[in-house]
Design a protein around this ligand. Structure first.
Ligand SMILES: *Cc1c(COP(=O)(O)O)cnc(C)c1O
Length: 391
């Protein structure tokens, strides 16, 4: 029955486990361990874990399992493993599948910590990494080799919002037997069809839209049962990056409203981007949902939306800072996907570590501002931006 449900229905019901009390809202099983009726039961559980049986919260917990099942159903994945943060998910997905001597091809436009894992950590353990422009299919094609084990990219890059063609890159990767690992934060589970499009492993920072209210760090890795239980789980359960039951409960409740929130945020983002572009008072307005965006057709085909984040270019660092300091509704922070609209100056915060040359190469200009559109009234947000742009 559940397989025929739409995402909205799955987001409310999938994975629910009720205790003997029949509670309506999902219970928080705030326990690190589980007791066994007899020594024989303990022995049996350690030999082979049955369905819905648990040993220790680092390996699994009923509230965490509710979150994992619910998001797996939403994403159309066989299985999922919940992690302490988005970075624990990216690290776990890559470290569990790779070993010394392997070759990885990655898009170069990445969230700073993802870049650190690929550039600094994997290479330290003998993994060779080749970076390419994620939008350049010829570059992917020439970088992928017969011995390439994995490709990695953000389906929509941060903060310049370039859209990578999942089907095309997956086709090139699968031709040599490489796994496709996608950091899918900007697409969100609402607009994602990444597994059907060719992703082998999909990773989310649940800190973003899934919580959506700025409360907790979390992450999740979605893939086949074989990868999640055979490859990933042994790595995660022995290295300790699993999600806490309390966080899992926040995320379970976040999933219930995810689609309503994300669609409202994306509708507002499109309205605001369209209006700011028409005003013509900015150097640039970047939003995958705008016809002027280089991958607008791809964004529509792949996600059916431009999603919830846009970037604007105020022309210079001084103009960007003046604009940021004038905003009244948008708060200056670095989260995204939140109910509260958030403005970020990537060049001096999230991407500060990069050299000027790398920033220029990635399009992170001094005037660039990333705007995560929240749940406030779109006209109020537009008014706030117009007043700040007018100075
Ligand atoms: C935020 C983010 C991460 C890291 O997630 P945390 O939950 O902060 O660890 C990874 N990738 C992308 C694209 C992100 O936006």
């Amino acid at each position: 029955m559940m397989t025929t449900w739409s995402k909205r229905t799955k987001a409310v019901h999938a994975g629910t486990r009720r205790s003997q009390y029949g509670e309506v809202s999902e219970a928080i099983f705030m326990t690190q361990g589980f007791v066994y009726d007899t020594a024989e039961d303990a022995e049996a559980r350690f030999v082979a874990l049955g369905d819905d049986e648990f040993i220790y919260a680092r390996y699994g917990n009923p509230t965490v399992a509710m979150f994992e099942e619910r998001i797996a159903a939403l994403e159309g994945a066989e299985d999922a493993f919940a992690t302490a943060s988005g970075m624990a998910a990216v690290n776990g997905a890559l470290m569990s599948m790779l070993r010394a001597g392997d070759h990885v091809v990655s898009a170069k436009a990445l969230f700073g910590s993802c870049l650190y894992i690929l550039e600094e950590i994997l290479t330290r353990y003998g993994v060779e990494v080749t970076f390419v422009d994620g939008c350049d299919l010829a570059a992917w094609e020439s970088a992928i080799r017969p011995d390439t084990k994995a490709v990695f990219f953000e389906s929509v890059s941060n903060p310049t919002l370039e859209v990578v063609d999942i089907k095309a890159v997956a086709g090139l990767a699968h031709a040599v037997g490489a796994k496709v690992v996608i950091d899918n934060v900007f697409a969100t589970p609402v607009f994602s069809d990444a597994i059907a499009q060719g992703a082998d492993v999909v990773v989310y920072s649940a800190t973003k839209h899934i919580d959506g209210q700025g409360r907790a760090l979390g992450g999740v890795i979605l893939s086949t049962k074989e990868f999640i239980r055979g490859t990933l789980e042994p790595y995660m359960k022995h290295t300790g990056g699993s999600m806490s039951p309390f966080t899992a409960w926040l995320m379970v409740k976040g999933l219930e409203t995810l689609e309503l929130r994300v669609r409202a945020q994306a509708d507002a983002a499109l309205k605001i981007a369209t209006a700011l572009e028409a005003d013509g008072n900015l150097t640039n307005v970047i939003y995958p949902g705008l016809a002027s965006h280089a991958q607008n057709a791809l964004a529509q085909a792949q996600m059916g939306s431009g999603s919830t984040v846009l970037s604007i270019d105020a022309g210079s660092k001084d103009a960007a800072f003046a604009l940021l300091n004038k905003l009244e509704i948008f708060t200056i922070s670095n989260n995204l996907g939140d109910a509260k609209s958030i403005s970020t100056h990537p060049a001096t915060t999230t991407h500060q570590r990069l050299s000027d040359e790398v920033k220029a190469d990635l399009g992170i200009t001094p005037g660039l501002i990333r705007l995560s559109i929240g749940l406030e009234d779109a006209d109020d947000l537009l008014g706030d931006l117009r007043a700040a742009i007018a100075g």
